[in-house]
Design a protein around this ligand. Structure first.
Ligand code: SF4
Length: 348
């Protein structure tokens, strides 16, 4: 299902940007196949970032929307010749950033979904091929791996230099449908990821953003289902209730029939309650991951880290800048214990 979406070609010339996600060990660079995203997730942070905020005029001039920020999900500008321009750019590029955390990995794409539709997919698969031909490790992230799997051959040819991941915040299809109205349901994402795994393509999962009303049983079910795919790593982030689009998110939860979730979001307007909730959920996730022998890596948002204080803040900070337990990109595995003990854990 898709909503009415205004589309155009994106005149943006940039091809490759350094990524702030290197602090979580996710990637060093990012390549975005489009501006805008047809999935229209209510909580999406992208419309509040400079690539949208600083280009309001350009976006409004090319697609039929009044406010690129408010109308997120209603427009897509595709970067049609991106793969050719990226190829030429990489031919000319003499330096390549390759830190222990970022591993020189290129993320495709983190400000849009590269496989949201056929037009984006055609660009994304060409981009993956070009990056692999240039010997760059590629991390693809999509909520629609069913579309990506139609191009499985390109991924198989790229061998170990490409990993494919999907975001699965919850197994509750109703809640996911309320907040991610035009993205496929969680089970379909995991089934498609399984196809990649069965074909020998390295896979990973973003359990993100998990909802603050998910109890231990629901988190356990989610991680057991994820473990069945046998991903190389699971990145986890609790919901950031300080997001600039929180009001839209609460409204979407409410209109989608998820009143309890909407009420929990409102309750977490209290900073101490939010930090406590996110901290406890993070600890639960680590414990479940340990039980399931699942390599879990926490990615606390900087706003959560800043909202915390004392030992909890130090604990979140320690996760930011920690190497994920994943060898992809030729990076070393993290030193020290696989699960750093959190505050109040008594060194468990
Ligand atoms: S798929 Fe990603 S980029 Fe697209 S709307 Fe959802 S969160 Fe934003």
């Amino acid at each position: 299902m898709t909503g009415p979406v205004s589309t155009a070609t994106d005149p943006t010339e940039a091809v490759l940007s350094e990524s702030a996600l290197s602090v979580h060990g996710v990637c060093e660079y990012v390549v975005n196949v489009a501006t805008g995203c047809r999935h229209g997730c209510a909580f999406c942070y992208v419309p509040s970032t400079p690539p949208v905020r600083a280009r309001t005029e350009m976006i409004s001039a090319n697609v039929a929307v009044d406010s690129p920020r408010e109308d997120w999900g209603a427009y897509v500008l595709y970067r049609e010749d991106l793969a050719d321009r990226l190829d030429a750019h990489l031919d000319r590029k003499r330096t390549w950033r390759e830190t222990d955390l970022g591993g020189g990995i290129v993320g495709v794409s983190f400000s849009t979904d590269p496989y949201m539709d056929d037009r984006a997919a055609a660009i994304a698969t060409d981009v993956v091929r070009v990056l692999a031909e240039h010997g760059k490790p590629v991390r693809v992230l999509t909520r629609n791996p069913s579309r990506a799997v139609r191009d499985l051959e390109t991924f198989e040819q790229a061998g170990e230099s490409v990993t494919v991941g999907t975001s699965v915040p919850s197994l509750d299809a109703e809640a996911v449908g309320a907040l991610e109205p035009f993205a496929p349901p969680p089970e379909r994402r995991l089934e498609a990821l399984q196809t990649f795994a069965d074909a020998g393509v390295p896979v990973y999962v973003l359990a993100s953003p998990t909802y603050p009303d998910q109890n231990d049983g629901e988190l356990r079910s989610l991680f057991e289902r994820i473990a069945a795919v046998d991903p190389d790593v699971v990145f986890h982030e609790p919901f950031n209730v300080r997001s600039a689009r929180m009001q839209q998110t609460i409204r979407a939860a409410s209109e989608g029939g998820c009143d309890e979730l909407a009420a929990t979001f409102e309750r977490l307007d209290d900073t101490a309650a939010w930090v406590e909730n996110a901290f406890e959920q993070s600890r639960q996730v680590l414990a479940i991951g340990s039980e399931l022998d699942l390599p879990v890596h926490l990615c606390p948002h900087y706003q959560l880290t800043q909202a915390a204080d004392g030992e909890i803040r130090e604990w979140f900070e320690a996760w930011r800048g920690r190497q994920p337990p994943e060898r992809f990109g030729g990076r070393p595995l993290p030193g020290g214990p696989p699960i750093p003990p959190g505050p109040r854990s008594g060194g468990e």
